[in-house]
Design a protein around this ligand. Structure first.
Ligand SMILES: Cc1ncc(COP(=O)(O)O)c(C=O)c1O
Length: 471
């Protein structure tokens, strides 16, 4: 990585781009591997110094220094998993030692049983939620499975979802199909292919039309806030407010990619359940996630008056103790990894201090730059992430080759980009139309708060070079 940011606003003009790409910008700028542990020693809660930063340019430079990512490469696959900032990592290591040294009381580091309350109280306000609405889960998959497998479905019920969901949703949906005879409807959502514009309204219409078709058989609407396949952001608030709530249908949103990327307000979105990852864009420890359950799931009783117990706590040790409240019942699944959960709370504190609105603006600005440079550099490429503010995210997907169904070629490109140029990205596959017989394949780039404009310029230049070599 390189700290010479050419421009602080994340918008860079074409001349700057060409100037910076006259020599191929390779990722590797240092030969010595960074020793994270040693650096982290000096940096307990190191994010607090970010408060006194003079301007954007200086702020993002300092933020970049908070990460110990290997400098021999540029890591652009946050969509799979993120990287803990060094201050968070430092505290995590200390807390692991405390637990190992004093397993009985953990030196009272995490207050009283169930040891997670203070962490929850730290995290909830940053997401527009009340404390009792936040459960610290293991990851998005855990949250999705807890809710889908916990809902009291019956034969003939309908669940609406989309044709671009992750297995974290598709797998439990498959279980309830087989177990109860639920009908899962995989709605075809619009996929941007560069040919025709798409808008928020198109997505709202897809759900509204299905609600008109399936009526009161629909027991759940579940969809990704940002699809992992193309990086398209769905209008979650509009789907909840304009389609689900007026029809009394509960909503479960897969927010694997929004937690830590977008400035979320769960109350404002109006969803019933929201499952996200702590380890991806939020850069918490592995196996951490956030599950939002609106108001003790009370609305379920209003929406489903015919089901006495609409939500079963399928993986709780406290399912038979209703007086403890939904949050604790869902939270308590036996002994937990308290240092990991504390690391998530610490990462959330850092994000709150920086400002989640500022982080979202920065991530979207870097992603816009990435999309613009790709459009300029690969005029005939297939770009699948719409570059319009309402539908954009920090994920960018595209395929530079003529045949977007050639997975072998794209895999070679992805691997050579990593091995020869040092840029780490991934591939995704999807059907553009639900009836497609073959998959379309794309490269997926994640741009996050620890990147700068030079990383993106370097990536696009490297891709351009490799593409020419491979033609
Ligand atoms: C849309 C989506 N949902 C769920 C997941 C699973 O996330 P986790 O590993 O946090 O369970 C992913 C991970 O890549 C994803 O992209």
């Amino acid at each position: 990585m390189n700290d010479n940011e050419p421009n602080s606003s994340a918008t860079i003009n074409r001349r700057d781009f060409l100037k910076n790409t006259t020599g191929l910008a390779l990722a590797s700028v240092g030969s010595v591997m960074f020793s994270g542990a040693a650096q982290a020693q000096e940096s307990s809660q190191s994010w607090h110094h970010l408060q006194n930063t003079k301007n954007d340019r200086e702020l993002w430079k300092k933020v970049r220094h908070e990460f110990i990512l290997d400098k021999k490469s540029v890591y652009m696959n946050i969509g799979t998993t993120g990287s803990m900032p060094k201050g968070v990592l430092h505290e995590y290591n200390i807390n692991n030692k405390i637990v190992a040294a004093s397993p009985w009381d953990m030196q009272e580091k995490f207050a009283n049983w169930p040891y997670l309350s203070e962490m929850v109280n730290t995290i909830a306000p940053g997401f527009g939620a009340d404390n009792h609405e936040i459960v610290l889960s293991r990851n998005t998959t855990d949250g999705m499975c807890t809710i889908i497998n916990g809902l009291h479905f019956q034969e003939g019920d309908v669940i609406l979802t989309t044709h671009h969901e992750h297995v974290a949703a598709n797998s439990p949906l498959n279980v309830v199909t087989k177990r109860y005879g639920v009908e899962v409807v995989y709605l075809e959502i619009p996929v941007y292919t560069g040919n025709e514009p798409i808008s928020e309204q198109d997505f709202v219409d897809v759900f509204a039309e299905a609600v008109a078709d399936y009526g009161d058989r629909i027991r759940l609407i579940t969809f990704s806030h940002i699809t992992y396949k193309t990086g398209t952001a769905l209008p979650a608030k509009r789907i909840c407010q304009e389609v689900a709530i007026p029809n009394k249908i509960p909503t479960l949103i897969d927010g694997a990619h929004t937690i830590g990327m977008f400035n979320l307000d769960f109350h404002d979105i109006g969803c019933d359940f929201y499952a996200g990852s702590g380890h991806k864009w939020q850069c918490g420890a592995g196996a951490t996630g956030i599950l939002y359950v609106r108001d003790n799931a009370k609305r379920l009783h209003e929406y489903w008056p015919d089901r006495e117990n609409p939500l079963w706590f399928i993986n709780s040790s406290l399912a038979q103790v209703p007086d403890l409240g939904t949050q604790l019942q869902l939270q308590y699944i036996g002994n937990d990894n308290y240092p990991a959960k504390q690391a998530l709370a610490d990462a959330c504190q850092m994000w709150d201090l920086l400002g989640r609105d500022i982080i979202e603006t920065r991530v979207l600005a870097l992603s816009r730059l990435c999309k613009e440079l790709l459009e300029e550099s690969f005029p005939s490429a297939h770009i699948y992430s719409p570059n319009i503010p309402e539908l954009a995210s920090g994920l960018t997907t595209f395929n530079p080759f003529f045949d977007p169904q050639d997975l072998d070629l794209l895999t070679i490109f992805r691997d050579r980009l990593r091995e020869e140029y040092g840029y780490i990205i991934r591939t995704t596959d999807f059907k553009v139309k639900v009836t497609d017989l073959v998959d379309t394949h794309a490269l997926r780039i994640s741009t996050h708060l620890f990147h700068n404009e030079q990383d993106i310029i370097g990536l696009v230049a490297a891709m351009q070079h490799l593409h020419q070599v491979m033609l």
